[in-house]
Design a protein around this ligand. Structure first.
Ligand SMILES: Cc1cc2nc3c(=O)[nH]c(=O)nc-3n(C[C@H](O)[C@H](O)[C@H](O)COP(=O)(O)OP(=O)(O)OC[C@H]3O[C@@H](n4cnc5c(N)ncnc54)[C@H](O)[C@@H]3O)c2cc1C
Length: 506
């Protein structure tokens, strides 16, 4: 039925998850993906015998009760084979002290942090209380931020007394929690928190919302956990695509959306699309699920296309997310230390956080005896825009050398240790994912931006819905899957139907 035809824009994990859920529910859905490959920031690419994950390398939410696990069961697709990461990450503060290992077992992690940060237990206990109350809340599928009566009813349904108690922290930062618990003078703890939070919230402790930070700081511990996918990150997208196609979805791959226009009279949208051979197509839909960064709306919806000036202003004023530089290397496993953790975060004076992911033996990313090593840092995208090709090549060369030197120093490697290496910049991400300027991750999780205070999935333009890493609960494949489920629930409710996806905790 035309009234219910839906176009999902973007085939990253957010777009794929919403498209798979909607087609499972019987809606006619067309998913439009610009790249010739699905996955976006959680995609992969091949270099000879090596498979590299483009951006995301570790996955949350695969455990029972976790969002990927929950959605995969609902979609009736297998949960992909993966290894639990233990430690989830090994954090090197760069001050000559022992690395901090994020163990999966909560009591082992407690012992580790007590040894590493003596006297900080009161801070961790507070984080733990907030974390527990947050997860119970998230499992009850709240809608955030609230934009109408139904959203509000879903939020109230999810709230329990512990959430009202932790709600008093909603305007505080992680630094405030350190002050409350008299731990603000522990410089090592502060550096550790700054590093870890930058990874998940794009912000340091002084700017990360306490309620968000307390949760992500305990992602690696049971009953949650961080996982390493067998094969590559692409498996998430492949499985979601299979579910979508099995349920009758229409996939337009290598098709770029160039224009979205709302026709007031018919209360519907037309969407202009161009394929790789430059053929133009125009599709109609009652609803658009938009999974690209919201900043892209400004280019894709013309001034007279239905988006109000006020809303355009809201999007214009969003804080600019970071970009990333990613080093992709391959080397013999024998060059790496024995029992080297798969995920390492290093503090570096120049780049701040350097996050390293190393493939596992037999995980199909590298031939036997070889390993892939991916290292990423955050950068300001403005420093990479407007460079002519010569300045760009020069800058890329300089930072590439800086990065490889840090990695070589850390692992005691030589230039000759590498069988392959290359670097991607914000320009590469802009090309690969179509994200404006190469911005990655979502909006920073500052108290003024997170959860109830963030950008809503419901827009002022009826029928235009947002999901992805700028929408609650934020970045990461788990986060964007949660946002996709939320937007599908809202969209279905707008058509008089309800989606209830069971939580399988035991
Ligand atoms: C370096 C890096 C490391 C990361 N590490 C992790 C990690 O370890 N774990 C984790 O969980 N997360 C990690 N993340 C974050 C995670 O990858 C993202 O939050 C998530 O994958 C975003 O998914 P998305 O679907 O919202 O957006 P995207 O992945 O950006 O998908 C958007 C899709 O839209 C398509 N598109 C763009 N423009 C158009 C258009 N005009 N028409 C049609 N299609 C279009 C793109 O090609 C793309 O496929 C990392 C990200 C980066 C960059």
């Amino acid at each position: 039925m035309f009234e219910e035809s839906i176009i999902v824009v973007g085939g990253g994990v957010a777009g794929l998850t919403s498209a798979a859920l909607l087609s499972r529910e019987g809606y006619p859905v067309t998913l439009v993906e610009a790249h010739t490959q699905l996955g976006g920031c959680a995609g992969t690419f091949q270099r000879g015998p090596f498979t590299f994950d483009v951006g995301a390398t570790q996955v949350a939410g695969l455990e029972k009760g976790g969002i990927h696990n929950r959605l995969f069961h609902y979609l009736d697709i297998p949960v992909p084979k993966s290894e639990l990461l233990d430690p989830g990450c090994s954090v090197v503060l760069g001050d000559g002290t022992e690395p901090i290992n994020l163990w999966h077992d909560p009591s082992r992690w407690k012992k580790e942090r007590q040894e590493q940060f003596p006297g900080s237990e009161v801070f961790w206990s507070l984080c733990s209380q907030i974390h527990k109350s947050n997860w119970a809340f998230v499992d009850r599928d709240p809608i955030l931020p609230v934009r109408n009566f139904w959203d509000c009813s879903q939020l109230l349904r999810a709230l329990r007394p512990p959430n009202l108690l932790t709600g008093v922290f909603s305007k505080l930062t992680i630094s405030d929690l350190l002050k409350i618990t008299s731990c603000q003078r522990d410089r090592r703890l502060r550096r550790f928190l700054d590093l870890q939070l930058k990874l998940y919230s794009q912000e340091p402790a002084s700017r990360t919302a306490a309620l968000y930070g307390a949760t992500v700081l305990q992602m690696a511990q049971s009953p949650r956990g961080l996982w390493h996918l067998h094969g590559s990150m692409q498996i998430l997208s492949d499985l979601l695509r299979n579910s979508f196609l099995r349920d009758g979805g229409k996939l337009l791959i290598g098709h770029r959306v160039t224009n979205i226009f709302n026709e007031k009279e018919s209360n519907s949208f037309y969407v202009d699309i161009i394929d790789t051979r430059k053929n133009s197509i125009r599709l109609n839909a009652s609803d658009i699920v938009f999974s690209l960064p919201p900043q892209s709306l400004l280019d894709l919806i013309p001034i007279d296309g239905g988006l109000s000036t006020t809303y355009r202003e809201v999007i214009n004023k969003l804080p600019k997310p970071s970009g990333a530089l990613v080093f992709y290397g391959a080397l013999s496993r024998s060059r790496l230390p024995v029992n080297c953790p798969n995920h390492i975060q290093i503090f570096d004076q120049h780049f701040g956080s350097l996050f390293i992911s190393i493939s596992m033996e037999d995980d199909q990313r590298a031939p036997a005896g070889m390993a892939t090593l991916i290292a990423s840092v955050f950068v300001n995208v403005d420093q990479w825009s407007n460079l002519d090709s010569q300045s760009y090549a020069k800058k890329k060369n300089i930072v590439g050398n800086k990065l490889i030197n840090i990695i070589n120093n850390h692992f005691d490697l030589q230039e000759t240790s590498w069988v392959h290496h290359e670097l991607s910049t914000p320009r590469s991400f802009a090309r690969w994912t179509g994200r404006p300027g190469g911005i990655v991750g979502g909006l920073g999780q500052h108290p003024s931006q997170f959860g109830p205070f963030g950008l809503a999935s419901r827009t002022p333009l009826k029928g235009l819905w947002l999901c992805g890493d700028s929408i609650y609960p934020g970045e990461g494949t788990a986060g964007v899957s949660q946002s996709a489920m939320m937007v599908v629930r809202q969209l279905m409710e707008s058509k008089g139907r309800h989606l209830k996806i069971p939580v399988l905790n035991e």
